[in-house]
Design a protein around this ligand. Sequence first.
Ligand SMILES: Cc1cc2nc3c(=O)[nH]c(=O)nc-3n(C[C@H](O)[C@H](O)[C@H](O)COP(=O)(O)OP(=O)(O)OC[C@H]3O[C@@H](n4cnc5c(N)ncnc54)[C@H](O)[C@@H]3O)c2cc1C
Length: 277
Amino acid sequence: MPVFIPSSIAEATLLLSKHPDAHLLTGGTDMMVEVNFNHRHPKTVISLRKIPEFQQWNVDQVTGLVHIGSSVPYATMEHGDLAQALPALAEAARTVGSPQIRAAGSLGGNLGTCSPAGDSLPVLSALEAMVHLQSDSFSRSIPFAEFMVGPKRNSRQANEIIAGVSIPITNGWQGYAKVGVRNAMVISVASVCLAIHDDKVRVSLGSVGPTIIRCTESENWINSIGLANVDNALAKEFGAHVRAESRPIDDHRSTAEYRRHAVGVLATRLLLRGVQK
Ligand SMILES: Cc1cc2nc3c(=O)[nH]c(=O)nc-3n(C[C@H](O)[C@H](O)[C@H](O)COP(=O)(O)OP(=O)(O)OC[C@H]3O[C@@H](n4cnc5c(N)ncnc54)[C@H](O)[C@@H]3O)c2cc1C
């Protein structure tokens, strides 16, 4: 099996155009599990780890944008300037797998797999990230909301590589919380990202629907009341609105009923943390 290790974007996109059935590899923490379980049989692999642009990130306070290359590992998002600019992403990154998984796993891979349980995805949704895609002939950027189209389905074309994401910095509090069957090394059974920008709340849910769910009804409800009026009772009511927008199913990890309950509790807690009451 040929494994190509390009060292530039141009080389990688050209290789993909010549080998349209090639499997793209970043950290391999999803892909190698599938190979090991005999669920995936790549004939050709293009490894993206040696492309410098995909490993870069920057926080631009002038444009108010954070750019994160698709190969940047979770370990980099957990601390330092990235964590300061995007605390919700840092919280999500800290919950991913083990230190070994966080050293290898990337946003490009989380977006490539596009599981509703992917921990970075509710954050990219609530923070209104743009996903940058690159082929050998053109590049395009689309909102995360248009990128994820179903469970493990995204709108990436076969000749495109996820180059990175751009995430606007919010001017208010942001946080992420998840529930799993234990405290660590766990895929979420329910997750919530809540962000406040210009005194308005945004909230997105993971693991409780076929895609990440942006709770626009709940947002409109709480934003029409105003954050200054949030108290324990109102936060609980907000949780009920969020619960009503979830669309969970029963599966091997949890029941729909528990998931619905969990997102309501998480949303209530995050809102109270956000307004510090
Ligand atoms: C033990 C263990 C624990 C885990 N825990 C968590 C967890 O808590 N939370 C969580 O969200 N995930 C978890 N995962 C899943 C995985 O670590 C993440 O989804 C991670 O983000 C995948 O990134 P990667 O770079 O390893 O992707 P890879 O495995 O390299 O790729 C994943 C998919 O994306 C495609 N892809 C990769 N890069 C690109 C690109 N640049 N452009 C287009 N397509 C691309 C690949 O072809 C493949 O289909 C866990 C995995 C393991 C093995």
